[in-house]
Design a protein around this ligand. Structure first.
Ligand code: GDP
Length: 300
């Protein structure tokens, strides 16, 4: 999976290479070269703050540096790691009373259902009792698919009919979860951003129902982002922050042809915890988010 993970950052890393090649060979790091490096970093998806930090470091070290491409990549890796380290936070199960309620949100196709199965599997491996709620009642396929996953990994699931009321399923989930001593309740939600008002109402209703049962719930609101959508992921964070109050992120499909560098831009801009990353379609393809590993993959 390490190779696959590297794949998800290769396009960012390649772009970085293309963008910075030709910038070396000058005796001094003059302002124009620093500008060019800064622009090259922004154009490689890393975001303006990372680019500015690298530029500042280069400007500080300019006389003794003897800058070449490997040294620049090393500095990029160090600065990226500094940005990513504070946001690397696995999801911990610590709610009392149980169950901890995790709402999972994201646009259709982002990998939300798969990520729910992966998280459920991860918590099972940590010996927690897990229950799922098929709260994306808008799509019959989503309900069916989550049931298939639940069967496959052996976790109970609360589900209803297509078009049913998601909030009542959540209510039932918490009731049953509490009665059965469940530790984690993972709730799928509709991802219809095209009907923002409808989605917002639905999530608000789920929150009201949860709040009545346990004022601390939902404990987590995890946004699933597809790394292959590049900069689009940033606008999804923006919108979901507004409609749902995101507490953390999982980025999926970092095994493909993603431009994973957008993770850095997301971290610098929003500072939201990154819980894990998806590197494949199988249930154990969820990896902890390791900032220095990712930084190295990006810097190449
Ligand atoms: P949802 O519509 O957001 O619930 O998305 P799904 O969970 O159904 O995933 C959409 C597609 O993306 C499916 O074909 C999944 O197998 C695939 N997928 C999900 N996560 C990953 C991942 O980390 N890597 C890869 N390569 N594919 C993934």
């Amino acid at each position: 999976w390490h190779e696959r993970l590297l794949g998800g950052f290769r396009r960012t890393s390649d772009r970085l290479g293309e963008n910075i090649s030709g910038l070396f060979g000058k005796a001094a790091l003059d302002e124009a070269t620093l500008d060019a490096i800064e622009e090259a970093l922004i154009a490689s998806d890393l975001g303006p703050a990372t680019a500015a930090r690298v530029r500042d470091r280069l400007a500080e070290e300019r006389f003794e540096l003897g800058l070449d491409e490997p040294r620049l990549r090393e500095i990029v890796a160090q600065e990226v790691a500094k940005i990513l380290s504070p946001v690397a936070k696995p999801l911990e199960i610590e709610a009392f009373p149980r169950p901890q309620v995790i709402l999972v949100i994201g646009v259709n196709g982002s990998g939300k259902t798969t990520t729910i199965a992966k998280l459920a599997h991860l918590f099972q491996e940590q010996d927690y009792g897990v229950m799922l709620v098929a709260g994306d009642t808008f799509r019959a396929a989503a309900i069916g698919q989550l049931k298939v996953w639940a069967d496959r990994i052996g976790v109970p699931i609360i589900s209803g009919k297509e078009g049913g009321d998601a909030a009542s399923l959540v209510f039932e989930g918490v009731k049953r979860g509490t009665a059965e001593g469940i530790d984690v309740l993972i709730v799928d939600t509709a991802g219809r951003l095209q009907n923002k008002a409808g989605l917002m109402d639905e999530l608000a209703k789920i929150r009201r129902v949860l709040g009545r049962l346990n004022p601390a719930a939902p404990h987590d609101v995890v946004l699933v982002l597809d790394a292959t959508t590049g900069q689009n992921a940033l606008s999804q964070i923006e919108v979901f922050k507004e409609v749902a109050g995101v507490t953390g992120l999982v980025m999926t499909k970092l095994d493909g042809t993603a431009r994973g560098g957008v993770l850095v831009a997301a971290a610098e801009k929003y500072g939201l915890p990154i819980h894990a990353i998806g590197v494949g379609e199988a249930v154990d393809d969820l990896r902890p988010f390791d900032p220095s590993e990712v930084a190295r993959a990006i810097a190449g």
